[in-house]
Design a protein around this ligand. Sequence first.
Ligand SMILES: Cc1cc2nc3c(=O)[nH]c(=O)nc-3n(C[C@H](O)[C@H](O)[C@H](O)COP(=O)(O)OP(=O)(O)OC[C@H]3O[C@@H](n4cnc5c(N)ncnc54)[C@H](O)[C@@H]3O)c2cc1C
Ligand code: FES
Ligand code: FES
Length: 475
Amino acid sequence: MIRFLLDQELIELTSVSPDLTVLDWLRIHRQRTGTKEGCGSGDCGACTVVLASVDETKGGQPQLSYQSINSCITFVGALHGKQLITVESLATDGELHPVQQCMVNEHGSQCGFCTPGFVMSLYALYQQDADTEILKTKVEQALGGNLCRCTGYRPIIQAAENALDIKESAKDQPELSAKESTTINKLVQINEEPASIVGFYQPDNLPAFATYLQNNPTARILAGGTDLALEVTQQMRDLPSIVSVNAVPELKSIQLRDNHIELGAAVTLNECMSVLQGRIPGSRELLLRFGSDQVRNQGTIGGNIGSASPIGDLPPLLIALHANITLQKGDDVRTLALEDHYLGYRQTTLQSGEFIRSVSIPLPAAESHFSVHKISKRTDDDISSVCLAVHLPMHNGVVNNARLAFGGMAATPVRAKDAEDRLNGTKFSQASVLQAQQAIAMELKPLSDARASAAYRLQVAQNLLQRVLLEVQSS
Ligand SMILES: Cc1cc2nc3c(=O)[nH]c(=O)nc-3n(C[C@H](O)[C@H](O)[C@H](O)COP(=O)(O)OP(=O)(O)OC[C@H]3O[C@@H](n4cnc5c(N)ncnc54)[C@H](O)[C@@H]3O)c2cc1C
Ligand code: FES
Ligand code: FES
């Protein structure tokens, strides 16, 4: 059974299709049509809803954590053990929620169609447990996955700031309302049983997950679904058998060691950002440009590696740092360098019944330059045309063991090994960069596609190395 709360109502689903999206469930099965469908691919935010889940990590009493997600690319199984909140949920006793009232006051609803999505993204921000001034700095981030194509964001941003001021003035209210306590109790109870219906299984421990996948190797592994669900909504495929990583604690673990970080495959991209920022230069800036908050709340590091896209954003960063991945099949575990995992376009060493368990990320060497650069057509909520991550360990200015890892420059994420050779053993200078740029032109053969031509990509790749030189010279 899949069990979750729709507001305070307990929903128990026993016979739905495992690839039914939350959006379709809401609109078709429940006639909750406030949530809109714009793109059906996670790009526009019109379908944004909020999930509340129990967060035990903050010490003291459990709290609810609120996250915006795109309901068009979320399967109903992902609701298990959570509370689903839609735009219809917000008004109480006929009184609009502050984010709704402020949108009205500021004329933030222009076309109207995208408005429920904007409201839900702002509601997720409003519900965050942080100081008002900090939340105000996150308004644009919270709205990065909601597209307004008619007039503009100014009234919407103003509405967000006004709503946060209202929250600040209501600060004296008890921290946890009676309603939230009830929700927590209900969710804790629901989570005692793992989700399981025909075609969908969400085990709650690693041995159960590994055994299930070994015995059902055709089951598709579901993490955030931000790639997988597109097979259903864009390619019109059926996914009759799904196994989810999302309730396996071992796959969600985060371990900070002296010189490396170990992340479970199901750690979300927003969780990755909290861990990597301040430890790996440029990681926060890269991850802030990875999709949108909705995508980062759902999408995982394991899914980014598992989708094996040549333009995935994390593989270049991870390969430049010489990251290893640990794979598991049944009880058998193996570890390999991430760069060796990719065999060809969307082909990897992953065997039938095997899964990515964790990623081990060495921190940049003490005396080194590390940076990462994403070039895309649009700054926010867009996929890379080219991504370069550079790790240049240096001793007295001489480079040793340089690693240049590119996305968008071949059928897989790749290192430019000849270019690295030109940098190794020399001072990082204009002369060595020129040599490396020539090597890049010889060894990398990018594709032309809708995002960029091969010639553009090659030029950008070379220019990015020049940018790295300027960074090093100015640091
Ligand atoms: C609007 C939008 C914007 C996006 N922007 C970006 C972007 O800026 N940069 C970028 O790199 N990507 C982007 N993506 C793609 C996607 O969000 C990422 O690739 C994300 O990391 C996928 O993670 P997931 O957890 O959602 O994977 P899922 O969709 O759940 O899975 C992806 C694939 O990996 C497999 N898989 C998942 N977990 C495992 C595991 N533990 N072991 C083995 N296989 C596994 C799945 O079976 C599936 O084949 C975007 C997607 C959307 C919809
Ligand atoms: S409908 Fe566009 S993001 Fe879901
Ligand atoms: S308000 Fe809907 S597109 Fe601008």
